[in-house]
Design a binder for this molecule. Structure first.
Ligand SMILES: Nc1ncnc2c1ncn2[C@@H]1O[C@H](COP(=O)(O)OP(=O)(O)O)[C@@H](O)[C@H]1O
Ligand SMILES: [Mg+2]
Length: 355
């Protein structure tokens, strides 16, 4: 299979480098619709980072995390090497050849010690802080956590998420020790931690959205698309990287585009049909609501002649349902709502003809 090289994220990477060039002081949320290229951009960034940075990347995607133990197993990369009793010495030694690590390195015996403790989170944070202090003497630590919403509901004496964000605030705003990037497509999760963990003035947003027209056009021209094929790609995929990749790899490009749309249309029709029979329950905070088909249709109808709508005045349970089901995307920074992809927009328009 042909491998597509990394394509232009100049604006976003420039912004990341600007952030990395200053003293760490805010938590950065990297957000955008699903499959917009967030993880790809971060992986590219890590490969390209100058030597004076020390990136620690943790991806929770697809991880089945039901308790704190599972979380620690993902957060840390356990070092099976010999016994270590001193974090500072360990951090110093690891700096010599810190390759690409997935997670924060920790010697096995220290990891096991933490496990024996009753209040694990205190010891976990203490270890990470000491480790980062030592690392920061030589290099600038950058901690990146991808798909953090996976542990959104995990509780250990209260929500883990709030403890974690308090710790992130300590590492950035208070100690200026480490850059923190939290990557997620789940804007309801970001909205929620923003208000609950009181992040006002303590975080910034960096959007990684689907490619704009120009970036899409250069990607397709590189792969020899004709003007006609380019127009079809933009009409069906917009700038959604995964969708464009499907087209690049296809023999019959128009056919594959129509096929992808057909899948979306079927999914959406099926969903609306399901809503004829049942009213799904949805939790907002601690309260449960029932989702009504009429409210769903009212929201979707707004997209018949526009691509974006404002967050205000919409039926909240229906809005949350559509976002959770990955049909709509809410920009947590601007409050603008749009379909998760161009295909979703087209599917909405197609299906609503018959409702
Ligand atoms: N800048 C890029 N250049 C080339 N391909 C990309 C780029 N960004 C995304 N892709 C393609 O799109 C797919 C989905 O991107 P991904 O980074 O997983 O999205 P996200 O993390 O936002 O959900 C990737 O597997 C890759 O094939
Ligand atoms: Mg991702």
């Amino acid at each position: 299979m042909k491998r597509i090289p990394f394509h232009n994220r100049e604006r976003e990477l420039k912004e990341v480098m600007r952030i990395l060039g200053a003293e760490p002081s805010l938590i950065t949320f990297v957000y955008g619709p699903i499959n917009s290229g967030k993880t790809t951009m971060i992986s590219h960034l890590i490969e390209q980072l100058p030597e004076d940075y020390a990136p620690f990347y943790v991806n929770l995607r697809g991880r089945f995390i039901t308790d704190y133990e599972d979380f620690l197993n993902v957060l840390f990369e356990i070092d099976e090497g010999g016994e270590v009793d001193n974090v500072t010495g360990y951090a110093k030694s690891i700096l010599k050849d810190l390759g690409t690590v997935s997670g924060i390195p920790i010697p096995k015996n220290l990891f096991e010690q933490i496990f024996e403790k009753k209040d694990k989170s205190k010891d976990v944070f203490k270890y990470i802080e000491q480790f980062l202090i030592e690392i920061s003497n030589k290099r600038v630590p950058v901690l990146i956590i991808d798909e953090l919403q996976v542990i959104g509901d995990l509780k250990i004496n209260g929500l883990l998420m709030y403890k974690l964000f308090n710790f992130f605030i300590r590492l950035t705003k208070e100690l200026h020790l480490c850059h923190i990037f939290v990557v997620s497509s789940d804007s309801l999760f970001i909205e929620n931690v923003y208000s609950e963990a009181m992040l006002d003035g303590r975080c910034r947003y960096l959007v990684v959205d689907d490619f704009d027209y120009e970036t899409t056009a250069t990607l397709l021209e590189r792969d020899g698309f004709t003007d006609e094929e380019k127009a079809v790609a933009w009409e069906y995929c917009g700038g959604k990287p995964v969708c464009l990749m499907e087209m690049i790899h296809a023999d019959n490009r128009e056919l594959i585009a129509k096929d992808m749309l057909k899948t979306r249309v079927t999914h959406l029709k099926d969903l609306l049909d399901y809503l004829d029979y049942t009213r799904p329950r949805i939790m907002i905070g601690d309260d449960e609501y029932l989702v009504e088909k009429g409210d769903i249709a009212d929201i979707l109808n707004k997209f018949v002649d526009t691509e974006y709508i404002d967050d205000e005045g919409l039926n909240r349970p229906a809005k949350h349902f559509l976002i959770k089901d990955n049909i709509l995307f809410l920009d947590p920074h601007t409050g603008i709502i749009k379909p998760q992809s161009r295909l979703n927009l087209l599917a909405i328009r197609e299906v609503l003809k018959d409702v």
